[in-house]
Design a protein around this ligand. Sequence first.
Ligand SMILES: Cc1ncc(COP(=O)(O)O)c(C=O)c1O
Length: 391
Amino acid sequence: MSESTEGQAAVSHTLPALLETVRSTPVACLSNLTRKGDGEVVVKLESANPGGSLKDRAAWHIIRSAEESGLLRPGATVIESSSGNFSIALAMIGAIRGYDVIAVVDPKITPTNRSLLEAYGAQIIVVDEQDDSGSYHKTRIALANKLHAEIANSFRPDQCFNLQNGEAHYLGTAPELAEQVGASLRYVVCSVSTGGQIGGISRYFARHDPTVRVVGVDVYGSAIFGGPAHAYLVPGVGLSWTPDNIDDLSRLHSVYKVTDQQAYDMTRVLARHEGLLVGVSTGACALVALALARRCRSGERVACLAADRGERYLATAFDENWLAEKGLDSRLKTIEEMNREAASLVPWSTNPTDCANYEPTLALTLGSPTAGNPNYLPADMRKQLDHELTR
Ligand SMILES: Cc1ncc(COP(=O)(O)O)c(C=O)c1O
């Protein structure tokens, strides 16, 4: 040990600050669920980000861009509509960078997420008015926008309409995955809500390796890819319209919808048979990945994304009483049963462009600050705009 000052070890290398660790998440393949001779299922553990989810990437990317462009100033209040991972990520970043964070949530927020937000010091506002689809997304967003208009020195990351959400995954998640999995990568499977993840990843592979097929996973009851909207249980997945972050549906190879029961079953099977304690959207995503791996040859790989950690669901997905209360079968399924379930899945659509359910005027109607603001554009779109304006 070298000594610079008596009794004190010299620091010989620099270590990253917490936010610099929002990247380079590990990948691991499933050990027990896939059959010999089929493709391999690889899970990218976005749950390993410091705030515990995929949303650290989008939140940090948006905050950093806003700091650079001057939209976000010291001491500001950051206001977002999210009952889950995105507001938890912002709360973590706010604690580091000195911003107050207001999370506009709905009554479906879990006690665990509420506690996590409070642990990071965020303020919570609950919206209990449902929107025209029976969910709370639009009423939450409208309130967040209203607060932004009223509170001086405030900033709206606006994950649903801000295209920098997808840019975070285009620049980070997708190239990491391509490098980690290599040439054997056949499919990338993503669960979808704001479309940031699948939008960025599908843009990356369309541009850099179109042989990789990007597949979306939604739940029955969500209308991202059309179909009737109704209540469902899976947290973090779904929306009542196609989000702007999926700007080109033709980049998606296919989309699947899963039931609540399938998503919860697979989540519990991943914990018990793979030792992988992850959230329910990951269960949904991994079930579709398993279905696709059954159609691949040995040596080919199907990647799926583990959006968050299972600890967030101990009082729900991993609690048999809660499952029974919600009318779900709480019997733990076997590996064979889960494989049969995977084999029975058929795509909701193999031509996602036909399922478009965009609401082009929604951002303006809800008063979103991103609408028409070039400061919120991804860097390459901003460059293109600057170029057009100076011609
Ligand atoms: C647990 C979970 N899974 C999946 C997603 C979907 O990610 P995206 O919003 O990028 O489509 C989210 C988004 O909130 C989430 O919280």
